[in-house]
Design a binder for this molecule. Structure first.
Ligand SMILES: Cc1ncc(COP(=O)(O)O)c(C=O)c1O
Length: 315
C-alpha cells in the first residue's frame, strides 16, 4: 500500500472478537484504536480540533496552539501540527508515562510539565494551558469541552463500529477521559438504534464522575478522568446509561489476561474497558441473555514500558 498522506491513515481501524474471554452467549468486540498512526484514538480528534480552529480563523500557517492532555492527545496534536506546519505547546502532567513525553518532544512539540492536582488548581494542566492561551493570544484546543472532539467520534468511530457489526450492537463500553468517545459513539449508536443500545462509561475507582465531590485519592488509570468532571460529560450525561467503576489493580489484571489469552496489546485503559465489559457480559450471561458488547483499545502497552514489566508477573 503506497500512501502519500499520513493523515489519510487515521481511522478505519479493525474490530476483533474476544475468542477466549467472552462470557458464554456474549460476544465482546474490541476496536483496535492503537492502530491509528500515532497509536491512539486521539489522532481522530486532533485532526478535527485543528481543522475546526483553522476553519474558525483561529489558526493560520505557522501559528502556535496550546493543548492540555494526559499524553495521547498531546502526541496526536504534535504529530498533526508537524504535518500541517503549526507550532504546538503541550501541557501534560509530570506523572504521564515518560515515553509519551519524549514522543511529543521528538515530534517537535514544546512540553510544559504540571503537577497532578485538581483541575481547578492554578497549577493544573487545564489552568496552565488556559493561561498560556490568554498570554500568547493563541488557540487552546480544550479537548475536555471542544465539540469537535465529540464530532470526530460521531462522524468516524461510531459509523465504523455500526457498519462493521451491521448494527448488531447491544452495549457500547468506554472509559471516560474527555468523554468524547463515549459521547460521540454513544450518540451515533442511539441515533441509529434507539435505546436498545446501552452506553456504559468506565471510570477509575473513586472517580469524581461517579462520586460527586470526590476524586481525591481515586485510582489513577492513565487517560481516564479521576479528579474532574469533563464539560462533555455534563453535556452528554443523558446519553450515558450507567458507569462501571474499575480499580487500577483490576484493570491491570484484566490487561494481563487480555495480552496473554487474546494477544491484544492494549494499554491500562484497555484493561479497564475490558474489565467492565467482561463484568457486564458475565451478568448478562448469568441471566441467559445473548448480547454483543463493543469496547475500545484506545492505545497500546508499548506506550507504558513500566507496565510491561509489571504484567509479566501475571504470566
Ligand atoms: C489511553 C486512553 N484511554 C481512554 C481515553 C478516554 O477517551 P476520551 O477522552 O474520548 O474519553 C483516553 C483519553 O485521553 C486515553 O488517552
Amino acid at each position: 500500500m503506497l500512501v502519500d498522506n499520513l493523515i489519510s491513515l487515521i481511522g478505519r481501524t479493525p474490530i476483533v472478537k474476544l475468542s477466549r474471554l467472552s462470557p458464554k452467549g456474549v460476544n465482546i468486540f474490541v476496536k483496535l484504536e492503537y492502530l491509528n498512526p500515532t497509536g491512539s484514538h486521539k489522532d481522530r480528534i486532533a485532526l478535527y480540533m485543528v481543522r475546526d480552529a483553522i476553519n474558525k480563523g483561529l489558526l493560520s500557517p505557522g501559528g502556535k496552539l496550546v493543548e492540555a492532555s494526559s499524553g495521547n492527545t498531546a502526541i496526536s496534536v504534535a504529530w498533526i501540527s508537524s504535518l500541517l506546519g503549526f507550532k504546538p505547546i503541550l501541557v501534560v502532567n509530570e506523572n504521564v508515562s515518560p515515553n509519551k513525553i519524549n514522543a511529543i518532544k521528538a515530534l517537535g512539540g514544546e512540553v510544559v510539565l504540571t503537577p497532578y492536582v485538581p483541575a481547578e488548581h492554578p497549577q493544573s494542566k487545564y489552568s496552565v494551558a488556559r493561561r498560556i492561551s490568554e498570554e500568547l493570544g493563541i488557540p487552546y484546543l480544550n479537548q475536555m469541552g471542544n465539540e469537535a472532539n465529540v464530532k470526530a467520534h460521531y462522524e468516524t468511530t461510531g459509523p465504523e463500529i455500526f457498519e462493521d457489526l451491521k448494527g448488531e450492537i447491544d452495549y457500547f463500553v468506554m472509559g471516560v477521559g474527555t468523554c468524547g468517545t463515549l459521547a460521540g459513539v454513544g450518540t451515533y449508536l442511539k441515533d441509529r438504534l434507539g435505546n436498545k443500545v446501552k452506553v456504559i462509561g468506565v471510570a477509575p475507582k473513586g472517580s469524581r464522575v461517579v462520586h460527586k465531590g470526590g476524586g481525591e485519592g481515586a485510582d489513577y488509570i492513565e487517560g481516564l478522568v479521576s479528579e474532574y468532571i469533563p464539560e462533555i460529560f455534563s453535556r452528554y450525561v443523558n446519553v450515558i446509561d450507567s458507569i462501571v467503576e474499575v480499580s487500577y489493580n483490576d484493570a491491570v489484571e484484566t490487561l494481563a489476561r487480555i495480552v496473554k489469552y487474546e494477544g491484544i496489546l492494549g494499554g491500562p485503559s484497555t484493561g479497564a474497558n475490558l474489565c467492565a465489559s467482561i463484568r457486564v457480559g458475565e451478568e448478562l450471561s448469568l441471566q441467559g441473555v445473548k448480547a454483543n458488547i463493543v469496547t475500545i483499545a484506545a492505545d497500546s502497552i508499548f506506550k507504558y514500558p513500566q507496565l510491561i514489566d509489571h504484567i509479566v508477573k501475571y504470566s
